[in-house]
Structures are given as structure tokens and as C-alpha cells.
Design a protein around this ligand. Sequence first.
Ligand SMILES: O=C(O)CCC(=O)C(=O)O
Ligand SMILES: [Fe+2]
Length: 346
Amino acid sequence: MGDAAAIKWADPEPAPGGSLSDEQVDAWRTRGFALVEGLLPANLIERLRSDAASAFPAAGSPESERVTDFGSGERLVFPSTSAALNELTLHPRLLGAVARLLQVDVRELRLTQSDLWAKYGRETHRGGDRDNDDQRIHVDYPNHTLTHPPEWHEPEAVEMIVYLCGVEESGGATAVVPRRGDGDPAYAWPIVATPGVAGLEWVNDRASAEAYLEREAPEVARFRAEHLYPREVRARFRAGTVLLYRHDTWHRGTPLDPGTMRAVQNLTFRKAGSEWVSTLHSGWAWGMYGKSLPMERLVATASVDQRCVLGFPAPGHDYWTPKTVAAVGARFGPLGMDMTPYERAV
Ligand SMILES: O=C(O)CCC(=O)C(=O)O
Ligand SMILES: [Fe+2]
């Protein structure tokens, strides 16, 4: 905030050969985040960036001044008319990374969010209390889960931000508070010192949120001023950098440079059993009637692992009988689906 000289930066670290290093896994599990480079192919990032540019108002345009909140308004969510968005969402290296962080098999992961967000550097803050330019520090769990995240060492979900441009093009580095071990006062349980939970109204804008807390819950405002804001580090992202973080990681979005646009893909995966972590978009099957049936084709040609991440039953699941194998084969076979893995496991 304010004093540029005081900003602390975190730099992305390469993922050797496209998979996370042990240090990156450890950083996510202990500090609450890892900033990673080289997980996704550069041309995939470029394709998605170009799809985002066609779907959203141009940087600096009058329309862009009106975009004051998160998300694409379901314009660019999975499953999408953007093939790049679908490919990135289920990219085997991304799924492999998430599976390592949660220490489960890829087949035990479930997708719950894949939404492209265009954020704009604006002259005005017409979103008022809810404006997203300079966000209050927060954790993301309140609008992802019906409960509270489980204890720190038993994480059930991975969130990520895939940046489609570099911080020097837009500003707006995500700020994160690294957790310093089990005794860290910033991460003392329960994690409720944030607007939108425990009866506090949801406020997005930093100045409005802190003023509101100062009035309504001064001890909460003091905790945030003492333990959270002073410890922020900012992600020095490049195009293709991935911020892997958690529902219980303190973080916030910071202002963009006026006249710029920053496109990012926001994704969340949960463990299969954590049904209280909500899927944030229309169900995946709801996309099946899209023109030329892109979602039917996607399911038909996806790998067994990728299908599992969408909730499709794994080989060996009780769902499969000789009759269901034949029926699902009749539905997707003409689009190229190979039923043998399911057939073999009946
Ligand atoms: O924009 C960012 O860098 C972070 C956004 C964020 O944390 C949120 O909207 O919940
Ligand atoms: Fe957030």
C-alpha cells in the first residue's frame, strides 16, 4: 500500500519439466502459496489471452470503466466456446500439480471453478464498497465452501490464478501473506477476521472495508492492521505464471495501472469427498447442447483422468455395468469415446 519502496516481491520459480518441485509443494503446504513458472505451454497461454481480448471490452474503453467486480459473468467459464480455456482447465500438468498438492490421485480431484477474469485499471471506483480495484485482504473460502476450511495440514482444495500477461503490462500484483508455521498469529484459528463472515457485511474495497471494521469490529480491524497488511508480499507474475494458493490463504487484489487490462484464469479443484465445496458455475452437463456439441466431444475425447475431474465415474465405479457401458458407449461412441477402460473394469 502506498509506499512503493516498502513493497516486498515474490518471484516465480520454475517447475522443472512441467511438474512441481518438492520445494514448491512444501511452500504451498506450509506457507500457503507457491508462485510457479513453466507449468503450462506458452502457446496455450497466448491463445487464451487472445480469446479473452475478443470477449472483453478493450483496456481504457468506456465499457471497461464499468467492470468493477470479479469474474466473466459466465462469458468465459468452463465449458467454453474457447477451446484454449477448456484445454487449460483440464491440462494434465495442472491436474498433476493439484494432485501432488492434495496428495491424492488425479481421479480423486473435482473441478469447481474455471472462470476468466478481466480486471481493468480504472480512473473511477464506481463500484463503491464492492469495487475490486484495491481489495481488502481476505480469504476466499466464504463463497467457495459451506463450511470452514479443514485444519491447515489437511487441505481439501487448491485455488489458482493463471496470469495471461506480465505485471509490468498492467500492475495489479496479487498480494499474499505467507504463513509462518503453526504458531503464526495471522493464521490462528478460526479464520473469521474478514468481511462477509461471522455476521460482518461483505465489503470488497480496502478503504471501505477497514473503515467499516474499525466501526463495527475494532479488534478485527486492529488484527488486520497488525498481522496482515504489513506482511503482504506481491506476486511478480509473467504471462503463464501460476499462483497456487488455498481457501485459507490471506491475500488480495491490488490496483491496476490506469488504462490497462489484466486477464487471469481462476481455477479451483477440491477433493472428491468435499461436497461442501461448491461448484461455482452451471453444472458441466448444462453445456452439452452448445452448437456443434463441444462439451459432448470434450467428454468423448478426454482422458479417463480428465473425465473423473468432471465427476464422470471412474472405471470400477458401481455405476458401471455391462448395460451402462453399452448405453454410455451409444451416447459418446460416435464422437470417438473409447469404452474399453470402463468395460474392462466391470
Ligand atoms: O485479482 C487478484 O489478484 C486477486 C483477486 C482475489 O483475490 C479475489 O477476487 O478474490
Ligand atoms: Fe481472493
